[in-house]
Design a protein around this ligand. Structure first.
Ligand SMILES: Nc1ncnc2c1ncn2[C@@H]1O[C@H](COP(=O)(O)OP(=O)(O)OP(=O)(O)O)[C@@H](O)[C@H]1O
Length: 299
């Protein structure tokens, strides 16, 4: 659906986006993460044909973003910008009707979209009275008008509370089931790590790594931790059963022993810990978080 080849955008000496290659398949939910100024928004605008490329090529559904045929393709795209501009004096419904006219979508499409984003109850209230989260939902609603096949969502959960974030991802899951392709950015890594199919980590205008969270974890080969809860009197037994296994740390904590090992030693360590039998009261395996992966790639 999206094919990016060597996409570059320079602003004088600033290399906002620098030789990015990226493919996003139809129906994929793709995450783009990176520090402030990494180049995410600029790449979004390039993929939307809003910012011209200094060099490289971007195709959406086969059509180059700079070509004459892109107008037709753009109709299939929904975009939620980072800072959505809304008119305070319009109601939520009037706002959507305004966007519907711009997009040449029938006004009758507005109410179902408001319903979908959970704003129907506030349809006739002025945007001035909307909370930040409600504004964000309204911005999302305008992106959904006209049944887009491709959605660009720039920090879509900005300002949403945890419950609203959960609801938001439920909507995305529904869209994914309908075959919609989605690319979203977020700063909240923990939030997207279990929810996207794949993600790209951007830093200084470049894609530093791309893949599933699991693939990125494996590529980083970060160690994992076992937390073994057992009576304090039995803490020493953990060291004994681990014997000569290649563990990288064993630490006695308040009510558990923490064991760190490389990923390829995971099953050996697990078997050794299992030999402690009912001495073990509880056991947790802690995979490295996306934060660990992210900072490993972008430092
Ligand atoms: N119109 C512009 N003129 C000059 N420099 C720009 C312009 N737009 C972006 N930049 C620069 O390009 C770099 C990338 O900015 P961009 O907004 O794409 O980053 P981002 O990853 O979206 O950041 P954030 O998470 O803060 O939104 C920054 O250094 C920014 O200052």
């Amino acid at each position: 659906m999206v094919a990016v080849r060597g996409a570059t955008r320079h602003y004088g000496a600033v290399h906002a986006v620098d030789g990015v290659d990226l493919d996003v398949g139809r129906g994929e939910l793709f995450g783009l993460i990176g520090h402030n100024g990494a180049g995410k928004s600029t790449l979004f605008k390039m993929m939307l044909g809003l910012v011209p490329l200094t060099s490289g090529d971007i195709r959406i559904d086969g059509a180059p973003v700079s070509g004459g045929g892109f107008r037709a393709v753009r109709r299939k795209i929904g975009y939620l910008p980072e800072n959505v501009v809304l008119y305070d004096n319009l109601t939520g419904l009037e706002t959507l009707q305004f966007f519907a006219r711009l997009k040449r979508v029938p006004a009758s499409a507005c109410a179902p979209v408001l319903e979908r984003v959970g704003l129907m109850h506030a349809a006739r209230r002025r945007v001035r009275e909307y909370s930040k989260g409600m504004r964000q939902r309204l911005g999302f609603a305008q992106a959904l008008l006209g049944h887009p096949q491709l959605l660009f969502l720039d920090e879509p959960t900005n300002g949403l509370d945890p419950e609203a974030i959960r609801e938001f991802y439920l909507i995305l899951r529904g869209l994914k089931a309908d075959g919609v392709t989605m690319i979203l950015t977020s700063h909240i890594l923990a939030e997207i790590q279990e929810r996207v199919d794949r993600l790209a980590i951007m830093a200084a205008g470049k894609v530093q790594a791309i893949g599933t969270v699991q693939a990125l974890r494996e590529k980083m080969d970060l160690p994992l931790w076992f937390h073994v809860r057992l009576p304090r009197a039995d803490f020493e037994r953990v060291r004994t059963v681990l014997g000569h296994l290649p563990v990288t740390a064993v630490e006695a904590r308040e009510d558990h022993v923490a064991v760190q090992c490389r990923r390829d030693a995971k099953m050996l360590v697990l078997q050794a810990l299992a030999s402690l039998g009912d001495k073990v009261l509880d056991l947790h395996v802690h995979e490295p978080s996306l934060e660990d992966v992210f900072f490993g790639f972008s430092d």
